[in-house]
Design a binder for this molecule. Structure first.
Ligand SMILES: Nc1ncnc2c1ncn2[C@@H]1O[C@H](COP(=O)(O)OP(=O)(O)O)[C@@H](O)[C@H]1O
Ligand SMILES: O=C[C@H](O)COP(=O)(O)O
Length: 705
């Protein structure tokens, strides 16, 4: 693994890289706080803004694919971590406003008028279609943002399509690998991952939107394309995240490659000698065609069989080869040649052929091959639209959409480009605020909103009470920072290695907010929890950020409700925590035993709730109204001690446990498999559950001081 970098830390790297990206295209703008790159000008006939995004580390995705004829906006998370729902919500807003220039910049008059457009025909808000790669963090955060946007932007319709093109772990390919090497992981609940063909979807849908298609048509085409898209990757080595330690257990052997390796080092289906490139490519095509029968587990595919897929591909295929970032151009040319030779054996001659570094995995030496079944796509498109298809729409072909020009700088394959708008200074960045009271680019000047009912005189609070709570929150943050490298190490084995950094970002931002006074310890704890949830939503992306934000938001809601309904009694923390846990369950099916944060959070909440019930009327476990009763603290601490102990026991149990959800579901546990294949490793504890324990233990220690 090549661990040498020019920039040896991930700190600030994403924003710098985005600034570079907008400098390369004068027609896009960077909104720094939300890390959104967007096009401020839309053609007058356009009805839909197509957006995408995800973790960084996949450049030039997606900033390089933002521009006229492709994406209207993209939102970037930290390296390998989804952007937060709040970032995405801002991105949706910027994408859907036809003239969303920064306040500091005036739009060039000539670009805002189009002589072909009747006056006043500009749609005030565009509808939005989000292209989401199938990763838990992206699904959760885009999903939450879309829900919020539906509530707050009534004039805008929003739909999404999910790209899940990786066929490597489908049952038929796993079974085949099993015969070869004894490997096999199950990932029934998470479904196939999204790979580089995401960019093909961005091109097709972006062009369709540019032609003025409606949201229903763009969505119908999106579903048709993702249902007929098949990809398989191979890695010669894993990629390295700047500033991270190197992996201990999973390095590939000399001369070995990993078939089915994911975009974030997720394990593939098997390792093999690299051997002859032509044979390796042959194996990849066998897996691609064998996946013609994907359906149930892939979730998205309409079932066709292997021969039918081959037959349809003979009629029309798009071939899309993606360099993961570390392959030489020399070798990639040779790959194209071998791929075409292999396809010729199936009598397939692709109608369109693309090869470039479309969606990278940092510096990974590897590539993926994708095929798009054109007849399958066109049939599915018509059937998705049913009787609602116009004659003009029924004529649309994927090939013409691929051939349409775009000014997105990284699309390799465009025949033409529109001339630049000639607007000096457009390719710049700005930092108008995010539409919330917090600022993502700098936690220094973030200010947490205070609800009217929360504005209370802090002096009313008992002396020492606020300090205790502050100590507890700081204790939790410090413990998280202390162990974040351990979390990274665990997540490097089972996930994509970003978990420690994501936890740390949240902890630092909360401490920062306490230091600068934007997070205040109020009389009512719900306002404090709202404040913390808001910070987490702002600065923590990924799955963990979304889950913690949902949990804390729900906790605050239930504490508020409790306060309103029982104004004279103390907060029932057990009930409130159980409500928060139940709310979380609406967004994730995770249960204890699935190897997720629920393994720690579940027992914690259940014990707190049980303690309340068992303690009958002793609901004195509240941090409010604690002035006179020292035993209130003792009681609360006693409950927390027991509940935190149960959380730790739950987290310990995840050591070696096979995962059913999240990225870890792609990794086979060594204890559940006798093989030494690509996936089977000695599993460390679940990083999410481990991080939750650190929060609880640090909180408890702080409370005791
Ligand atoms: N569906 C899920 N439900 C509950 N927790 C989950 C789920 N998927 C993953 N997790 C938790 O999230 C942790 C990983 O968080 P994070 O690093 O943000 O994930 P990713 O980078 O894959 O988005 C896991 O260790 C696990 O505890
Ligand atoms: O690059 C990573 C993905 O876009 C986000 O995935 P994640 O948040 O589930 O890790």
């Amino acid at each position: 693994m090549n661990t040498k970098h020019l920039y040896n830390s991930a700190e600030g790297l994403v924003l710098k890289s985005l600034r570079g990206a907008v400098a390369l295209n004068p027609n896009v703008i960077l909104h720094e706080p939300s890390k959104t790159v967007y096009t401020p000008i839309h053609s007058p006939h356009k009805q839909v803004a197509v957006i995408s995004g995800g973790g960084s580390g996949h450049e030039p995705a997606h900033a390089g694919y933002t521009g006229k004829g492709m994406l209207a906006a993209c939102i970037a998370g930290d390296i390998f971590a989804s952007p937060s729902a709040k970032q995405i919500l801002k991105g949706i807003g910027l994408a859907s406003s036809p003239n969303s220039f920064p306040q500091s910049q005036k739009p060039p008059a000539k670009d805002l008028s189009d002589s072909s457009a009747p006056e006043g025909s500009l749609k005030p808000q565009l509808d939005v279609l989000a292209i989401i790669n199938n990763y838990t963090g992206d699904i959760l955060n885009f999903g939450l943002a879309i829900e919020k946007a539906r509530g707050t932007m009534p004039g805008t319709r929003i739909e999404s399509v999910v790209v899940a093109d990786d066929v490597s772990l489908l049952p038929q390919n796993r079974q085949h690998a099993l015969q070869d090497s004894g490997s096999g992981t199950t990932n029934k609940l998470v479904g196939p991952r999204g790979l580089g063909a995401n960019i093909l979807v961005c091109k097709i849908l972006g062009a369709l939107a540019e032609r003025g298609a409606s949201l229903d048509v763009v969505k119908a085409m999106g579903d048709a394309v993702v249902g007929n898209l098949y990809s398989i990757g191979v890695g010669l080595e894993h990629c390295h995240v700047p500033g991270h330690l190197t992996e201990k257990n999973r390095a590939l052997g000399k001369g070995e490659c990993e078939v089915g390796l994911g975009l974030h080092n997720e394990p593939g289906v098997r390792r093999r000698e690299i051997g002859s490139p032509a044979e390796l490519i042959g194996e990849m095509f066998e897996m691609l065609f064998r996946s013609g029968a994907r359906g149930k587990e892939g979730g998205i595919m309409k079932g066709t069989d292997e021969m039918k897929l081959q037959a349809e591909c003979k009629e029309g295929t798009v071939l899309f080869i993606n360099n993961l970032g570390g392959m030489s151009q020399l070798e990639m040319g040779a790959v194209v040649d071998d791929v075409l030779q292999r396809l010729a054996l199936y009598s397939i001659r692709p109608k369109r052929l693309y090869c470039s570094s479309y969606m990278t995995s940092l510096n990974a030496p590897g590539f993926s091959i994708s095929i798009l079944n054109l007849p399958g796509t066109s049939n599915a498109f018509r059937s998705n639209l049913g009787g609602r298809i116009s004659s003009e729409e029924s004529e649309i072909t994927v090939e013409e959409l691929l051939d349409m020009p775009t000014d997105a700088y990284a699309w390799v394959g465009a025949r033409n480009s529109w001339p630049a708008h000639g607007t000096d200074g457009l390719g710049t960045s700005h930092s108008d605020h995010l539409g919330s009271t917090t600022n993502l680019s700098s936690t220094n000047d973030s200010s947490i909103p205070i609800r009217p009912t929360d504005v209370v005189d802090i002096e009313e609070s008992p002396a020492g009470r606020n300090d205790r709570i502050q100590n507890a929150i700081r204790g939790a943050c410090l413990r998280v920072i202390e162990i974040h490298e351990q979390l990274t190490e665990f997540d490097t084995v089972v996930g994509d290695g970003d978990c420690g950094d994501t936890f740390k970002a949240g902890a630092l931002a909360i401490m920062n907010a306490l230091d600068n006074g934007s997070l205040k310890i109020q009389k009512y704890m719900d306002s404090v929890i709202y404040g913390i949830a808001e910070i987490i939503e702002d600065v923590m992306g990924g799955t963990i950020g979304a889950l913690l934000a949902i949990f804390l938001q729900a906790l605050a809601v239930s504490v508020t409700q409790d306060r309103v309904e029982h104004p004279n009694s103390e907060v029932r923390w057990g009930y409130a925590l159980q409500y928060a846990k139940d709310t979380l369950s609406r967004y994730t099916p995770a249960e204890v035993g699935d190897r997720t944060i629920v393994d720690a959070l579940g027992p914690f909440c259940a014990t707190m709730a049980h303690t309340i019930v068992a303690g009958a009327n002793d609901s004195s476990a509240t941090v409010e109204d604690t002035n006179s009763k020292d035993n209130t603290w003792k009681s609360l601490i006693a409950m927390l001690v027991e509940a935190t102990k149960q959380a730790r026991i739950g987290a310990e149990k995840t050591r070696g446990m096979a995962a059913h959800l999240g990225r870890a579901a792609y990794v086979a546990s060594a204890s559940s498999s006798t093989s030494t294949s690509a996936g089977a490793v000695e599993l460390p504890p679940d990083p999410g559950a481990w991080g939750v324990c650190a929060i609880l233990e640090g909180f408890l220690d702080g409370l005791r001081t």
